[in-house]
Design a binder for this molecule. Structure first.
Ligand SMILES: [Zn+2]
Length: 135
């Protein structure tokens, strides 16, 4: 006869949490981006912004740490040499890797890898906010 014993629970081995191999990379990206502040473009971006999310609330811009490209493991800066601030090419000029962060009135925002002239980045007002990370 089957009897139940109140207060007794069978011991079962807990399933191991599934480890996401990208977790360590994400933590490292958070670490290298920490302390880099978000600036905002003083005027509409000089390069086209993909997506149809309606009007832009603001467009953030930030320097990318040197480690970011290898952490992401993709040729992220192949999008084009045009500076999003002034619209001129960065090819053959002093330039920085950076992220453009369009934020739409309707809510969405994302990051786009861009090349930026250092002087153009300096001309963008600093918000003091922590920059975004690419996910
Ligand atoms: Zn520029």
């Amino acid at each position: 006869m089957w009897r139940t014993v109140s207060g007794w629970l069978p011991r079962v081995s807990r399933p191991k949490p599934i480890e996401d191999p990208f977790d360590a990379v994400r933590a490292e990206i958070d670490r290298v981006c920490r302390g880099i502040t978000l600036r905002v473009l003083p005027r509409p971006p000089a390069i086209p912004i993909p997506g149809d999310f309606g009007p832009l609330a603001r467009v953030g811009i930030a320097r990318d740490p040197d480690e970011l490209e290898s952490l992401l493991g993709s040729p992220a800066y192949g999008l084009g040499p045009q500076c999003p601030v002034c619209g001129n090419t960065t090819e053959g000029h002093q330039r920085l890797r950076g992220s453009l962060q369009p934020e739409f009135v309707s809510g969405p925002s994302f990051l786009m890898p861009v090349w930026i002239h250092p002087t153009c980045l300096e001309a963008c007002p600093d918000t003091g906010e922590q920059r975004g990370v690419p996910w």
